[in-house]
Design a protein around this ligand. Structure first.
Ligand code: KDG
Ligand code: MG
Length: 402
């Protein structure tokens, strides 16, 4: 069996996606996602110029060997561009293998560990009152877990507050738009949001919050401590994780559960945090961290320390990643939660899929493979549009972490 073609499709049905389609001499094909928000074309070039020529003629059944070939063989390891390209190939090859086996992907990974995958949705509003109302709407839709982000008076375009209710998309301009940040104002305001949420809805639902890398370790510890009475499911990316030692300080001061890893691309980014038990949830996902082949290694390492998974699932991860993630989530023994930001109807039409939402859970389908396809004719109607993520500056103009 041989790979006869590998095609990179770039489309923008509401937002940009980079998709890899690998075809074999036996007519079976596989689909992989390679989207890197705001840096899409770098991955297109990596794939088209440096990966696709090597794939032609390879045996698609040798998933592990092809993974090692692309990882070790490049000499230059890791990084978001490389690992997304590897992820796209890996997921397309798992799709092919599962289709050949006539099985949904979760069966090939080891079978079902649970019936449904608990997901969390994104509720946000321009202030506390609006955000409390938005959380209520998610509760009414059946969600068991909800991430809450609020605008903060005096901060321009605070992170996580979108224009749409279901389709929040931060990459919004042909050049990065400039947003603001002020830690003092956020520390005064965010705990009040969660106080109000618990007063209004009680303690039955899981509540989550994303710090989006904005706080220093000491500020993060302070926030975690202030949020303790409100029993969050997790506090995410509360400080940048390049310096993993920083999490020791946070841990010494708070029992609020911590989640990190949506920008990690390999087990090496996560190893120290996991082995020192400095986090509770690992957010690495399929497209970000080298595909299923690599993500399952991260999950297994995390499992040794009772750390559970919480795959990134924002709209910049295409339905292909969501479909594959749901098979992974259905299998992985140490599953925690799956992020689920809905895609627009245009996106869903370009990527027909068989997963479905019901009462707070997502269910992967039973079709052979990962269950997500690409409608190439429809995709061609949505050409690439340059779109950058915003940047953030403090009030005095200092560049900050977006
Ligand atoms: O492209 C960036 C988004 O994926 C990111 O900002 C979303 O932090 C995010 C989240 O938790 O979904
Ligand atoms: Mg996040």
């Amino acid at each position: 069996m041989k790979i006869v073609s590998a095609k990179v499709v770039v489309c923008s049905p509401g937002r940009n996606f980079v998709t890899l389609k690998i075809e074999t001499d036996q007519g079976v094909y596989g689909i992989g996602d390679a989207t890197l928000n705001g840096r899409e074309l770098a991955v297109v070039s990596y794939l088209e110029d440096h990966v696709v020529p090597c794939l032609i003629g390879m045996d698609p059944r040798r998933i592990e060997d092809i993974w090692q070939y692309l990882y070790r063989g490049a000499y230059w390891r890791r990084g978001p561009v490389t690992m997304r390209a590897i992820a796209a190939v890996d997921v397309a090859l798992w799709d092919i293998k599962a289709k050949m086996a006539g099985m949904p992907l979760y069966q090939l990974m080891g079978g079902r560990s649970r019936d449904g995958v608990m997901v969390y949705g994104h509720a946000n509003g321009s202030d506390i009152a609006e955000t409390v109302e938005a959380v209520g709407q998610y509760i009414d839709m059946g969600y068991k877990a909800i991430r809450a982000q609020t605008g903060v008076p005096g901060i321009k375009d605070a992170y996580g507050v979108g224009r749409g209710k279901l389709y929040y998309e931060p990459a919004d301009a042909a050049l990065p738009s400039v947003t603001g940040w002020d830690t003092r104002k956020a520390l005064n305001y965010v705990p009040k949001l969660f106080e109000e949420l618990r007063k209004t809805y009680g303690f039955d639902h899981h509540l989550l919050h994303d710090g989006h890398h904005r706080y220093t370790p000491q500020e993060a510890a302070n926030l975690g401590k202030m949020l303790e009475p409100f029993q969050l499911f997790w506090l995410e990316d509360v400080t940048p994780a390049e310096n993993q030692e920083a999490f020791k300080l946070i841990r010494q001061h708070t029992v609020t559960p911590l989640a990190v890893g949506e920008i990690f691309n390999s087990i090496w980014d996560a190893k120290d945090l996991i082995q020192n038990q400095l986090i509770d949830y690992i957010r690495a996902t399929i497209v970000g961290a080298g595909g299923l082949t690599h993500l399952r290694r991260i999950a297994d390492l995390a499992g040794l320390y009772q750390i559970r998974t919480g795959c990134h699932g924002a709209t910049d991860l295409s339905p292909v990643t969501m479909g594959a993630a749901l098979h992974f989530d259905t299998w992985v023994p140490n599953f925690g939660i799956q992020e689920y930001m809905r895609h627009t109807p245009e996106t869903d039409a370009v990527f027909p899929h068989d997963y479905r939402f019901e009462a707070g859970y997502l269910y992967c389908g039973e079709r052979p493979g990962h269950g997500v396809d690409l409608d190439e004719a429809l995709a061609a109607k949505y050409p690439y549009k340059p779109a950058f993520l915003p940047v953030a500056r403090l009030q005095d103009g200092t560049m900050w972490n977006w």
